[in-house]
Design a protein around this ligand. Structure first.
Ligand code: SF4
Length: 361
């Protein structure tokens, strides 16, 4: 039982109405046509921070390229990253592949069906665990994501800050209490669907809500004030520079380090603006440090912006000429013909530079 005061009669009514509604309105999404826990896992990972419409073609292609846990576990990492290119937040797919290897090696290739075991997989937090267990295996466990926080905080007028870990436990307890026995798959998806299509952040469509007669936020007219969420810091703006160095038809790219932001992806060399220096001088300094060469930044080739959860890049890419020294190739440094750039995996911001060059990403 949750700490929120809900009687059994109300819980059964809300659960039943939500189930009936979900069965009538559910969207026909490709991952809803399968009970394969691996494919549901892929969809849940993709849907973290990415919209449904964007995910659909990616999911279709991903499960075609890697149709089983084994296929994903055995695939070379660059191929997996390539299939993810454009979705961003690459740590998600790295963890997914690590998780696939654990399932292959420790669980005989079968995604575990208990909360304790599934929670040991890399990248599988309480929400993803709950979603896979309930949707693929019909285990009566909750799956609380941002939509569910919003819906439940409104129906039951919960004013606790959802950014606090203990609030998650309150919501999980409540969501579990509401699950009609044996129906977690439809109930959890119903809650999420309600949050995604009716109980939306701004102007919720309360007139067509299946549980409006129980909604305390509607009764008090405070729907849009819930859920209570401490303000997140806005992303920090960062001035970035990068160099477009050409040798005939070839351009210079390098691989980012294996750890940290955008680990292991390819980019046009450069870095953050150095305090007190112009963008051009910062760029020359970065290239001297990276390759021991002197470059002269010339005209601005393109300016691109990209926002991460904590950073906002404003990146200016300059045509550059090497005036002293040579950049030699290695595993992590390549001179690549523009037409072959598409075989490398670039972060979104650098992918825009590739597009500007006329290479496809
Ligand atoms: S009545 Fe409105 S605020 Fe309440 S759950 Fe339904 S859509 Fe959300």
């Amino acid at each position: 039982m949750s700490k929120v005061d809900v009687d059994v009669k109300t819980a059964r009514a809300v659960g039943g109405q939500l189930l009936d509604w979900y069965e009538q309105v559910k969207r026909d999404l490709p991952w809803r046509r399968t009970r394969d826990p691996y494919k549901i896992w892929v969809s849940e990972v993709m849907l973290q921070q990415t919209r449904v419409e964007t995910v659909i073609p990616y999911w279709n292609r991903f499960v075609e390229l890697f149709p089983t846990i084994e296929a994903l576990a055995d695939a070379p990492e660059p191929n997996v990253l390539k299939a993810w290119e454009g979705l961003g937040y690459y740590s998600r797919v790295r963890n997914l592949q690590k998780g696939a290897k654990v399932v292959r090696d420790k669980f005989g290739g079968r995604v575990p069906d208990t909360p304790d075991e599934i929670s040991t997989l890399p990248g599988v937090g309480p929400y993803t665990a709950g979603a896979i267990l309930s949707i693929a295996y019909d285990v009566d466990v909750p799956a609380v994501d941002g939509n569910v926080f919003r819906v439940l905080s409104r129906i039951f007028l919960i004013e606790e800050d959802i950014m606090k870990p203990k609030t998650r436990r309150t919501f999980e307890g409540l969501a579990e209490f509401l699950i009609p026995p044996g129906r977690a798959a439809s109930f959890n998806q119903g809650l999420m669907e309600l949050g995604a299509t009716v109980c939306i952040p701004k102007n919720p469509r309360c007139h067509s809500c299946p549980v409006k007669e129980h909604c305390r936020a509607l009764e008090e007219g405070v729907q849009e004030e819930l859920p209570v969420k401490e303000k997140k810091k806005p992303p920090r703006p960062v001035d970035m520079t990068a160099a477009l160095l050409r040798d005939g038809d070839r351009v210079l790219i390098r691989r980012r380090p294996d750890k940290g932001l955008l680990a292991g992806m390819w980019e046009f060399p450069g870095g953050e603006r150095v305090e007190g220096l112009s963008l051009e001088d910062s760029l020359a300094l970065h290239l001297r440090e990276a390759f021991g060469v002197t470059v002269e930044p010339g005209r601005l080739f393109v300016q691109v912006q990209h926002t991460f959860s904590h950073l906002q890049w404003d990146m200016r890419v300059f045509e550059c000429a090497i005036t002293e020294g040579l950049v030699r190739e290695s595993d992590d440094v390549r001179w690549v013909p523009v037409g072959e750039l598409e075989t490398y995996t670039f972060p979104v911001a650098h992918g825009k530079v590739v597009k500007e060059l006329g290479g496809l990403v």
